[in-house]
Design a protein around this ligand. Sequence first.
Ligand code: GAP
Length: 451
Amino acid sequence: MSKPETANQQTNEQQLKMERIVSLCKRRGFIFPSSEIYGGTGSVWDYGPFGVLLKNNVKAAWWRAVVQERADMVGLDAAILMHPRVWEASGHVKSFTDPLVDCKQCKQRFRADDLAGDRCPACGGELTEARPFNLMFKTFMGPVENDAAVTYLRPETCQGIFANFKNVLVSSRKKPPFGIAQIGKSFRNEITTGNFTFRSREFEQYEIEYFVPPDEADQWFEYWVEERLKWYTAFGVKRDNLRLREHGEDELAHYASRCSDIEYNFPFGWSELEGIANRQDFDLRQHQEHSGRDLAYFDEATKQRYLPHVIEPSGGVDRSVLAFVVDAYEAIEGGRGSAGAEVESVLRLHPRLAPVKAAVLPLVRRDGMPDRARAIYEELKRHWFVEYDEGGSIGRRYRRQDEIGTPFGVTIDSQTLEDDTVTVRDRDTMEQVRVSADRLVEFLRDKLGEC
Ligand code: GAP
């Protein structure tokens, strides 16, 4: 086969994979387009019943790894609306822009740096000169809509951390090196959107600002790059699907002396999941100047006063969710054993991330099986998020659970009624073992680990 054909074939396969994933997310209640009944809003997404569970599990796994399990980190939940001068100090009012061009003919707008030529990609018309377009969403604070009332929806969560640096330092009695972690919504009026949730206008970030003595910045930068890579692989992302990409000089943000992106091999190509940046003392210095408050740290031991430097691992929750789903997704042509099946999908999610940990399934809806199954469900749901399902053939119910990534299926059959044992089916191997119902919690706890 010639090279271009192979490349095309791969592209088609990747496109099909992405289409199947988007379809599964909609069909099974993970992700819906926002305001769909009104035709949708551009690049804004809603998380459905399983999506919200998955996303919460991803956030909880991050919080546990970077806050709970560390002595050098504290959490924060700052407001989305901040004083407008924050965004002057951070540089966003002046330089958080993309170059924008309009087509004089069809009036469509494009990011100039996305275009290959100087003619409109939609109609071939003539384009205007590029001009800077600020990506922050503007709104008004209070009842009067004038210039003095203008404020912004935050385009990144980290400025809430910098603005609270002194409050946290004093109240938590931490000393550099230490970090502040935060998860929250951010908003950017992106010109180019797309690739499902990958680039949205409303999204969630998880960010760490790790404050260090200036001469330790390089070593902490290396440390956090490794630490964050390990986190993705610990939750099941294949190492081969992750790579690091260091920013070139011309690409670095105005505040950074170094930045390394963790990229994931999405079906639409290698793309950024998270950036780890050395922001130096840029932000604390800017806020110190603009607010007139002293933001320096005084080291009692060395009697030195300094502005800490900052290493920032900044990731996107929605992008991580998408990467976990893509990595876990497998389409099995010909099915997993059901007669006549064309393709069946399995989400091999890490048990900690899986929305539902176990499904309780009576084999048939008679002979007292549903009653016993309900009792087992009531018991299990005190420990984990579990589902009870008695509708349709057992094969169909297993397939539904495979598609939402449920690690275990607990089936109540005629033997259960004789000796009170149940079968436990493993999502990945499809192996079934018989377990006594009174040992089921213990059995699942052993298998599910720290869920
Ligand atoms: N505080 C630094 C900062 O915000 P960034 O590279 O602009 O850096 C950090 O954003 C992360 O936020 C990205 O790696 C990405 O995962 C996520 N992110 C940024 N823009 C996004 C968007 N429009 N949609 C979804 N996620 C986005």
